[in-house]
Every structure is written in C-alpha cells, then in structure tokens.
Design a protein around this ligand. Structure first.
Ligand SMILES: *Cc1c(COP(=O)(O)O)cnc(C)c1O
Length: 385
C-alpha cells in the first residue's frame, strides 16, 4: 500500500545532504558548541531575509515567545514580569505555547475569536474588545498554517492604543504581508525551527526578530541567564541559547526555503483546484490579495472530520488535526488564568472540523493526486460518516 506521510524528513535530508553534511563537519572541526560562529551567521542571514534590524537565535519557538514578552515587560513596566492585570489578546485556535508564553510572562491571555476564512484572530473582534477593555497591553497574532493575520488592522489598533504586537511566526517562515516578511511587522516576531515547521532544524530551535535595539539587547541577556556578564546578572533569565549545530543545519536549509515554500504553494493550488467545488468540504481561503501564504499546513474543514481521517489512514494517507482543543478549553488556562472576549464559537467549530493533509514540499505529483483522489472519493460518497 502507498504510504503518504505528512512530511518526509528523510527525503528533505537527501535533497540537501551535501550542504548539511559539510555544515556539520565544520562544527566538528571547530568544536565551538555554545554560540559558535554559525549562530551569529544565521542571525545575520535571517535578519537580512526578513528585513529586520535584529535577530536573536534561541532554544525553541516557545522560548522565543517567552523571551519576547519578558523583554517587553522589563522595557515597558520596569519590572521583571507583567502582572495578572495586564491583558494580552490572542487567538484560542493555536498551539498551546502561544497562550502558555503569556502565562509564563505573568500576564493574562484574553482569547478573541477567529475569522472563519483564515482561522486567524478576527481583527473586528479585537477592536470590539478594545472598546471596553482598558487593561490590554499587547496583541499576539498567530499566522496560522502559514497565512498572515490581517496585519493592517492589528497594527492600526496597536498604534491607536500604544499596544505592543508580538507575532507568532512559528508556522509562517517566509510568509508576507504587503511584501514585508512576517515577523518584521510587529514589535517582535517569534519563530520556531521545530523539525516539522516549514523551516526546521534537527531538534529544537527558535529565533526572535525585532527592529528595537533595546528589546534585542534584553532578549540577548535573558537567554543567557539574564545578564551581559554571566557571572554578574541583572534579570531573571533562562538558559535558552540556540545550539551551534542547529544553526549550522539551518544555514544549509535556509538556502532552500523560498523553493520549498513555492513547492508548498503549488501542492496547495493542486489540492484547492481539485477539491474546491465538492460539496461538504471547505478548502483554505486566501482572502487577502496582499498576503503571501506559505502553506505550512494545507487544512480543509469537513463535517465528519474524524471519520474522514480514519478512512484516509486505512488507505495510507496521513492527516493531522491542528488543533483539536481550543486553548480556552484546556485546564492550564482555567482557574481564572485566562479570559474569553465574548463567544469563541468560530474557534470551537473549527476545532471539530479541521484536517490538515500531507504537504511535503518534495512529495511527487502522483502522491498529491492520490491524496486528492482519496479525499474526493470519500467526500463525494459522503462515506466518511
Ligand atoms: C510550534 C509552535 C510554537 C512553539 O514552537 P516550539 O519550537 O515547538 O517551542 C508556538 N506557536 C505555534 C503557533 C506553533 O505552531
């Protein structure tokens, strides 16, 4: 039986083997494992790629979010952490880490419902909450599945209210809004290089981007225990550096990111062309002409999602649910730790219906065709119920 995985890291490694092996070999020769030359080189290359003044490598996307928020707390309040009175607006339809980072920075996440077309923060509902909410200090938009939030609206609201914006770019490396790279629009951007992300390394890794030199300095201090001098420290810090080895892998893979994102877009276009007219399925929408969607995930919505997933699985077609539980339904955000900005019905509905299909940049045309055939067959027959 054909097996079509969500992604094929072996194939990707084979595709870039010469560069990756050479990069790793260089590390074995110099033995500079902690903040070796590859880390600085990667930071400069990604800063140039994004058009951001400063990039700071760190140990994961989660830590990138926490470091960003902690730097903002110190800069804006003069204290180490936000307080529970400080509200940060974000989406409930994201990976746990987005909301968790807000808790770890001491603030209260306020979940705002999503736009049903993009599954991203609904800017109109953010505006609505801001009319009454006076404790909001910032907004954390997530560019889910590789597609930009409505950044015009988010940035306008932030300017009006003097709010910070931390972009969660974990799923959207190379994505754009009006020709500008995601992660370069907000106050800070937080990237993840978890192996399954569209730019992934061989373990955990992350990056913070910012145009603000003071925040950049603070992030650098915080990820190295909280001080410029490791033996005489100013802030409550972390050990959250990016490994030299991971930076070396990323330098090799960065050369391919635009090609890989293009390949993702081509597979997505094939899926959409074949599936869009079927009744009972919602294909991803690209409502903004000026957003460049990089399809970290290709995510459909169907009524009996679990049935479809089970049938596809039996036929060798992998699929994943991102995400089955919205954050406000999780225990960790209970006990008064978070608030809901009104109804979160759109997010709840999405959590019960979304299904992400295989979108490995190197998957063959016939694999894409096979996924299309199996999905359309089930949808046409409605036999996934
Ligand atoms: C993966 C992910 C993160 C966390 O990144 P890690 O590198 O796994 O810590 C945060 N936010 C979103 C939206 C993600 O997809």
């Amino acid at each position: 039986m054909k097996q079509i995985p969500m992604l094929d890291l072996n194939a990707e490694y084979a595709h870039m083997k010469t560069d990756i092996d050479a990069a790793l070999q260089r590390c074995l020769s110099h033995q500079k494992w902690i903040l070796g030359p590859e880390v600085g080189e990667l930071e400069q290359k990604i800063a140039a790629y994004l058009g951001s003044a400063h990039c700071i490598g760190c140990s994961s996307g989660t830590e990138a979010l926490v470091l960003s928020l902690r730097a903002l707390a110190i800069r804006r309040t003069g204290k180490e952490y936000f307080t529970r009175d400080d509200e940060i607006l974000t989406t409930p339809f994201t990976f746990t880490a987005t909301g968790d980072a807000i808790l770890r920075a001491g603030a209260t996440p306020v979940f705002v419902d999503i736009d049903p077309r993009t599954y991203n923060l609904d800017a109109a509902k953010v505006r609505e909450y801001l009319r009454t909410g006076t404790k909001v200090v910032g907004i954390m938009p997530v560019h889910l599945y590789g597609q930009s939030c409505d950044m015009d609206a988010v940035l306008d609201l932030a300017r009006e209210r003097n709010l910070f914006v931390v972009e969660d770019v974990a799923q959207a490396f190379g994505g754009m809004w009006r020709g500008r790279k995601l992660g370069s629009l907000g106050t800070l951007g937080a990237f993840s290089f978890f192996p399954s992300k569209n730019l992934g390394c061989f373990g955990d890794g992350g990056m913070v981007s910012t145009g603000d030199p003071v925040l950049a300095d603070l992030v650098r201090m915080l990820l190295k225990h909280g001080g410029k001098d490791k033996y005489n420290v100013d802030h409550i810090g972390y050990n959250a550096r990016l490994d030299t080895l991971q930076a070396a892998v990323l330098l090799a893979k960065l050369k391919h990111i635009d090609d890989f994102n293009d390949r993702r877009r081509k597979i997505a276009a094939a899926y959409t062309a074949a599936l869009k007219d079927l009744k009972g399925i919602t294909v991803p929408a690209e409502p903004y002409a000026h957003a460049h969607h990089v399809y970290h995930q290709y995510t459909i919505a169907v009524e009996n999602r679990d049935g479809l997933q089970a049938r596809l699985g039996k036929e060798g077609v992998a699929s994943m649910v991102y995400y089955p539980f919205p954050l406000h339904r999780m225990k960790v955000f209970g006990e008064g730790r978070s608030r809901n900005a009104g109804s979160l019905a759109v997010a709840e509905k999405a959590a019960g219906r979304v299904l992400s299909l295989p979108i490995e940049p190197l998957q063959a045309g016939e694999q894409t065709e096979f996924v299309i055939a199996r999905v359309s067959d089930h949808i046409r027959k409605r036999d996934h119920s």
